[in-house]
Design a protein around this ligand. Structure first.
Ligand code: SF4
Length: 393
């Protein structure tokens, strides 16, 4: 007999909204989630095609509440990119530059530290990804990480996408496992999910030819999990993929998590188009974004956190997603290039108090978290707008 998890027990005890109870598909999905804890690939496809977006969102919100009640997580972080020089040219990317481009840059360890220094006492995490530098090997990255840790030992380093790690291992003439060992020893604490795009190789061939295959992406994350390096996973949608490709992507992540158990958070985000990149992209409407968040919550029963990535979605759409299955809204961020080079207009000077208000306005309770989701402070603003941590754990 299968063991019923606590979230399934709580799900069974929640009041069922009419939008769910009056809908045959959604009622059946609710029963299957309570009884089996998991939906099938076919059900995932049906949810993507279900006319009632309100119903799909309501069911996802029930599942989110069964796990996290009305809590929504954020952290105090800063994005710093190592370099925008990249030997690849993914068709959706607005960030990469050739080595001789006037705006190409590469940060030295000291320059990286200088970026962190003004905010160091206010942040818990630095998030860092970059291009595939033609010359850098593992020594350059180990140098950056150990320099950061030397100056700011309390700051969690979440860095390097799977393709960067593959590139570094090739440049260094060592295995991926050796590369991860070396980077972990130098201070790497966790790995973000970038580079997943769509985990269907025929789609990858159209939008990012030359990048790692779907299997290679998953292999890097699996090896990181083996070394107890937690990772996130992502999905870039609204390019040239089909609905079926999106569900395949979710199933591949779910299968990987069944075996390696190290994904902390799933971050789906739509392609942001300008006139120069991927003119054949179908793009995603706001309703599709909300549905993608909701279906991710419903299909990824083994990945605890679903993030509304406000650097891409914007604050308004992100706050709606908090009632459609998302339990995380990223952090203070402070500086961000990849989405903003692609056209994001999300403000970068949003103070923590505004982030707290954004969460509260969705009817949720703001919880400041650490990078590994194992230390929390429940947060309130007092009447003067000051931040008050009221419960820590
Ligand atoms: S997405 Fe990453 S790998 Fe692809 S071109 Fe941009 S920086 Fe390079």
């Amino acid at each position: 007999m299968s063991v019923i998890a606590r979230w399934q027990q709580r799900l069974a005890s929640l009041e069922v909204p009419l939008a769910v109870s009056s809908n045959t598909l959604l009622s059946s999905c609710l029963t299957n989630l309570i009884d089996k804890g998991r939906l099938s690939e076919e059900e995932g496809m049906e949810l993507m095609n279900e006319p009632s977006l309100i119903g799909v969102s309501s069911l996802a919100d029930m599942v989110k509440r069964s796990r996290f009640e009305d809590k929504v997580f954020y952290n105090r972080n800063l994005h710093v990119n190592t370099t925008n020089i990249c030997v690849l040219a993914c068709r959706f990317c607005a960030f990469r530059k050739g080595p001789r481009h006037k705006d190409a840059y590469e940060l030295s360890p000291d320059q990286f530290v200088d970026r962190i220094a003004p905010l160091a006492s206010d942040i818990d995490e630095v998030h860092s990804v970059g291009g595939l530098h033609p010359d850098w090997d593992v020594d350059e990255y180990a140098d950056i990480f150990s320099t950061i840790k030397g100056k700011f030992p309390w700051i969690h380093i979440k860095a390097l996408t799977a393709i960067e790690i593959i590139h570094i291992s090739k440049r260094s003439g060592i295995t991926i496992l050796q590369t991860l060992h070396r980077l972990k020893d130098a201070g790497l604490d966790s790995i973000p999910g970038g580079g997943a795009e769509i985990l269907v190789d025929s789609v990858r061939d159209k939008i990012c030819r030359g990048k790692e295959s779907s299997d290679e992406y998953l292999e890097v994350h699996s090896l990181a999990h083996r070394l107890d390096i937690p990772t996130n996973c992502t999905m870039l949608f609204g390019t040239v993929e089909s609905i079926s490709d999106r569900i395949t992507h979710l199933i591949r992540l779910r299968d990987q998590q069944d075996s390696s158990r190290g994904f902390q958070c799933f971050v789906p985000y739509p392609f942001l188009q300008d006139h120069s990149r991927l003119p054949d992209a179908q793009l995603a409407t706001s309703s599709e974004v909300i549905r993608m968040i909701a279906v991710s919550r419903l299909m990824l029963d083994n990945i605890p956190h679903i993030k509304a990535y406000r650097m891409n979605l914007g604050d308004h759409l992100s706050s709606i997603c908090l009632n459609a299955g998302a339990d995380d809204i990223d952090g203070t961020v402070g500086h961000e290039e990849i989405m903003h080079d692609a056209g994001s207009t999300t403000r970068l000077d949003t103070p923590e108090s505004a982030l707290i208000r954004l969460i509260t306005s969705s009817g949720s309770k703001p919880i400041r978290r650490n990078s590994t989701y194992d230390q929390y402070s429940e947060i309130e603003l007092n009447d003067s707008g000051f931040i008050l941590p009221i419960v820590s754990g």
